[in-house]
Design a binder for this molecule. Structure first.
Ligand code: PGA
Length: 246
């Protein structure tokens, strides 16, 4: 399977910048690796249009656990699909930290998204304090068990896990390839036990200061199937470098 590179644009870019990115990216994208982009929700229809003849998938950074109704300010899975989106990132540490999302709430969001046939990228990861007190594996296991409890995974391809150590996000610090591999192997074991038929083949991405100069070493690890990228996905030139298989 090709490595998967997912751009998490967070709350960045205006429409003009989205178009410039697409023009530059499409000129040189060679499909050696799979590329997905999660822009701000309001830009999803534009991005879907700009990338319509490519195999890039466009998705959201969050959705509601409810399908429709009186939930002011929320975005539903159905409206995401309507706008051309096909995946959603759930449980990013910024959502957990600034918007109080718990693994229990995320469990409901994952259920809703999967039931609508969206692909889900579920993020897990520890803080620096938790790593220093050797709690990494316990924290990750807990986030996986709570978030994935009672999920019906019809298609293994629809659930992707992103391991993002919080201390490595936007800080320039990356987990070493060995540190990342250790957690990825542990996640794979949990997925295999949880989903006996499909767990082993689920994709596990690494995230946290992935850049052109560290991507190859990370992606060469046995259990790292791709990367979730923030800062280095904002410039077409850098994201292209990440998507190019050397
Ligand atoms: P970063 O962000 O690549 O800027 O560290 C990763 C993420 O938040 O998904």
């Amino acid at each position: 399977m090709k490595k998967l590179l997912v751009a998490n644009w967070k709350m960045n870019k205006n429409m003009q910048e989205c178009s410039e990115f697409a023009n530059e990216f499409l000129k040189r994208f060679s499909h050696q690796r799979e590329a997905w982009i999660a822009p701000q929700a309001l830009h999803i229809p534009l991005l879907t249009h700009l990338f319509k003849n490519s195999h890039l998938k466009i998705g959201a950074q969050n959705i509601s656990e409810f399908n429709e109704g009186a939930y002011t300010g929320e975005t539903s899975s159905r409206s995401l699909i309507d706008a051309g989106g096909s995946f959603v990132i759930l449980g990013h540490s910024e959502r957990r930290q600034y918007f109080g999302e718990t693994s229990t709430k995320l469990n409901a969001k994952i259920k809703t998204a999967l039931s609508q046939k969206l692909s889900v990228i579920y993020c897990v990861g520890e803080t620096l304090k938790e790593r220093e007190s050797k709690q990494t594996l316990a924290i990750v296991a807990n986030q996986l068990h709570q978030g994935l409890n009672d999920q019906n995974i019809a298609d293994a391809q629809n659930l992707i896990i992103a391991y993002e150590p919080i201390w490595a996000i936007g800080t320039g610090k990356t987990a070493s390839p060995t540190e990342a591999q250790e957690v990825h192997a542990f996640i794979r074991e949990i997925l295999s036990n949880k989903f006996p038929y499909s767990g082993y083949g689920m994709r596990i991405l690494y995230g946290g200061s992935v850049k052109p100069d560290n991507v190859e070493e990370l992606l060469s690890q046995k259990d790292i199937d791709g990367a979730l990228v923030g800062g280095a996905s904002l410039k077409a030139k850098d994201f292209l470098t990440l998507c190019f298989d050397k």
